[in-house]
Design a protein around this ligand. Sequence first.
Ligand SMILES: [Zn+2]
Length: 311
Amino acid sequence: MASRCVEIRAAACCALLLLIGASSAEATIRVVATVPDVADMTRQIGGDRVSVETIGQGNQDPHKVPVKPSFVTKLNRADAVVVQGLGLEHAYLPALLEVASNPNILPTASGYIDASIYIQPLEVPTSQNRAQGELHPLGNPHFNLDPVCGKLMAKAIAEGLARVDPANASAYQAGLARYTALLDRKIAEWAQLAAPLRGVKAISYHPDMIYFAERYGIEMVGTIETRPGVPATPSHLEELIDTMKREQVKLVIREVSYEMPLAQTVAERTGAHVVTVSSLAGGLPGTTSYVDSVEANLRALLAAVQQGTPG
Ligand SMILES: [Zn+2]
């Protein structure tokens, strides 16, 4: 009889633990992130208070993320959506939010967390260069490649999480402080590491390197695309190759979501090296976090520059 009581007590105890587990699981905020960079930052800042699902993957074109139907349900049940913003997701997110029918995560609602709010955009279209704005309507949205912009993204995300879950605001503030300290340490290391990139001339496939290039002193001379999102024409390529020869450009930056053969052809015709980087976190082998990805891009560029240095 006594042992049966022990069994019953043990079972009750297990049930209680399960209940506690269930209630703490329910306490997490459900977040859908558009791209891996903001997903990783949300996890770093929110810890076990957030559960994060990501729509896009690191090796995909951030403008053309294939959206699975299951994300409609996930967005419908989400407490927050975290976006990189500045129009990066404009090709798919507005339609997705409309179908998801969740008023809490619409752009005017508190659950819409826009990581771009503190970014000073570059290449903002003007009436003179409106054609540049087809894919980048609000300016160049690839600021995530610059880790100093990464700090501003993290701040916007932490504030957004505190807005959605004010009871844990101090925890998100603490998460931001920890993550910012990590980024500050890495940014100092990367500034030293990147010294050989200063003054290097390069082209990229898509104009997604400009914030990174400005941070580390790389001079971007052109793109393989004729305009953002518009494939190269033969006459554009001839002009680009002429410019590269004239300016002695020895680096062709090919983002992992773009095809290699054309980048290789341009490099062969100009005596340049092709280097593969990723415009989203997790796009290069062995990288999972935002910090890993910034470092992997930096090291890939350094290796290519050193490869091209005589002796
Ligand atoms: Zn773009």
